[in-house]
Design a protein around this ligand. Structure first.
Ligand code: NIG
Ligand code: FE
Length: 402
């Protein structure tokens, strides 16, 4: 993760939405196909800029309607995330608006967020449901994600998070809700091809390791891959989860040495979301160095959601990773690109600038890649390219295809 493979005076040649070659500008100009097709080529002058693989934001919750401003104020006054949830705020307080929303309204919210993410250099987004918590409204959320994705040039990977929290109507019979997730939500999401992954919030006040095992069994039975929120509030031993070969385990503020050792032998990615620790005003952050030094693959994501991390900015997550978790700027880039792609099991197509991969690129008006994490709170992304389609954030280029 320290070795980014930086090229200077470089050129990337793209055709049909794919990267064809990467090398020096001189080689690109000598390329015989490029010479013959000079008139057809759209050339983007990146002199003095940094070109990166588009960010892969591998953990987001965009299917909600309202920000949670009362929770925000209560936390400033000293209440914790769990105290606010127990008092009627938290995830459950986002549910009513989603249940009442039409698919179009939800889709247009999600689409607006995807555009904001793209403006900061993100080209691939994992998007979870999880604020509907009934069969109909979870499927509606996934349909809205699909609708928004179709109207956006980037790539969206949909995840069913029916097991976000137990909704109020099942408070005293959570097993019944787990059965709805297993026997209704998962089969229907799978048969309608609305989700690629199933996620579970496995933690105190959400779902137990045993609930998670049942949900992962159902996902496996319907050929959906799995991932989980784990260790955000308290430690859960990973032995129940790992046999299901999760693509990623996310948050991981609390984890034992033994589990870190085990993870180092697996290809499960640990996705760290420091925006959540920042926004909750926590004093501690997940111990990124412990994972990195043990050889565990680490990704970074925004965790965009209304309760703990209302940010669309991968550069902000990277800056927090550097200053609060002591990741180097190079590690932050790798974690936000190729390791995000591994966390979604799409690294064959996404996450690096290599011939054969999708032409997903982000341009930054900085001279050195380290500046992307350094200038926190600023947006230096000037254009994003999705499968060869150029979208500008500074309107230098109008929307056009190459
Ligand atoms: O990743 N921890 C569970 N889910 C989200 C929070 C969602 C919310 O509060 O709305 C998270 O932090
Ligand atoms: Fe999350």
């Amino acid at each position: 993760m320290q070795e980014l493979g930086i090229l200077t005076n470089a050129a990337v040649l793209c055709l049909g939405g794919k990267i064809v070659s990467v090398g020096t500008s001189r080689d690109a100009l000598r390329d015989s196909w490029a010479k013959r097709n000079k008139k057809k080529i759209v050339e983007i002058d990146c002199a003095g800029k940094v070109v990166l693989p588009g960010f892969v934001d591998s953990h987001t919750h965009p299917a909600f309607i309202h920000p949670r401003l009362v929770d925000f104020e209560k936390r400033i006054e000293g209440a914790s995330y769990e105290q606010i949830a127990d008092a009627g705020g938290g995830i459950r307080s986002s549910v009513e608006a989603v249940r009442n929303a039409g698919t179009n309204a939800l889709a247009s919210k999600i689409h607006a967020v995807l555009r904001e993410m793209a403006a900061q250099g993100t080209t691939t987004v994992e998007a979870k449901s999880g604020y509907g918590l009934t069969l109909d409204s979870e499927l509606k959320s996934l349909k809205a994600i699909r609708q928004a994705a179709r109207a956006w040039p980037g790539t969206v990977v949909p995840t069913l998070l029916g097991a976000h929290v137990v909704p109020n109507e099942f408070k005293d019979c959570s097993q019944k809700y787990v059965q709805i997730v297993c026997n209704q939500m998962i089969p229907q999401a799978a048969s309608r091809k609305l989700a690629r992954f199933v996620d579970v919030f496995c933690d105190r006040a959400a779902f137990t390791a045993e609930d998670t095992r049942q949900i992962f069994e159902a996902a496996r039975a319907h050929a959906l891959e799995v991932r989980a929120h784990v260790g955000q509030l308290t430690e859960t031993k990973l032995e129940t989860l790992l046999p299901f070969h999760p693509a990623s385990l996310d948050h991981m503020d609390h984890v034992s040495d033994a589990d870190v050792k085990t993870l180092a032998k697996l290809d499960t990615v640990v996705t760290l979301v420091p925006g959540a620790n920042y926004f909750l005003g926590l004093e501690t952050y997940p111990n990124a160095r412990r994972f990195l030094e043990a050889g565990v693959p680490v990704a970074l994501a925004t965790d965009y959601n209304p309760g703990t991390s209302p940010t669309v900015s991968m550069p902000m997550a990277m800056s927090l990773a550097c200053t609060q978790m002591k990741m180097s700027p190079a590690e932050a880039i790798a974690a936000a690109t190729i390791n995000g792609a591994w966390a979604l099991r799409i690294a064959r197509h996404k996450g690096s600038i290599e011939p054969g991969k999708d032409a997903d690129l982000a341009l930054f008006d900085v001279k050195d890649y380290r500046e992307i994490s350094y200038w926190f709170g600023a947006n230096h992304c000037t254009a994003t390219i999705f499968n060869g389609i150029i979208v500008s954030s500074d309107r230098t280029f109008s929307e056009q295809s190459s």
